[in-house]
Design a protein around this ligand. Sequence first.
Ligand SMILES: [Zn+2]
Length: 277
Amino acid sequence: MATKPANKPKAAPPAAPAASEPTCPRICFERIIPDELDPERPARQALREYMVSSQKGKLNANEVANAARMAVIKTKKWPAGTILRCLFLDGSTTMKKKVRAYAHQWEKHANIKLKFVTKAPAEIRISFYADAGSWSAVGRDALNRSYFPLHQPTMNYGWLRDNTSDDEYSRVVLHEFGHALGCIHEHQTPTFNRKWDTKAVMKYFQGPPNYWTEDSIKYNVLQKYSPTGIAATAFDPKSIMLYAFDGALFADGKGPTNSNTKFSADDIKMIGTMYPK
Ligand SMILES: [Zn+2]
């Protein structure tokens, strides 16, 4: 489950990609902390085992996967009513204003308050320049100082700038703040049976912002999203927490997996359950 971007840029980033390369897949990889750094791993495992055994082994594979997912959410979410302090570590006035506006949309549907502060301390520390990717700590993982040191970001927006479209701000900010509240990716889809263009996938993820090795790409993308590696759970194709893979990464010509920029009805229901008013 650990999907932290494994490798940072090792050298100066290469020149801008040629026009023929896939330009879009600006997707987010969850910064779920590695198991060995997660003190709650045993509790989560016990919870999962309890959920399974309490059904006397009658759960099918899908239900087990769903139980695991819910267990992650349960242990990583903040207590309802929490006031989360958010601090920008860098960024222009425009960039900060836009992030703030979209982030606040979560408050309409969740019993949580985002308080933007101008100096430390803050639970959520936001950068635009930590690296070229977009990512966030998942829920209370943000408090794990060995993984997210106190003066370093817990959230990054590597490609949002003054001239980025509002749709892109909406898509990325709602998604990353979803992680910050403890939501994880909507990726366990029974319908994900797209045919990868393996060469395009390798080429894309070996470049910026990921700079992954072939093994990382196999683990994080090709295996994880292969039809056999995916458990069927209630899948919400409209979720803001769904990965968006660009059409250029597939050999089937069916276009991108999605371009959701708003909350789905199920997102609203889900966050309301996590943080009841
Ligand atoms: Zn994400």
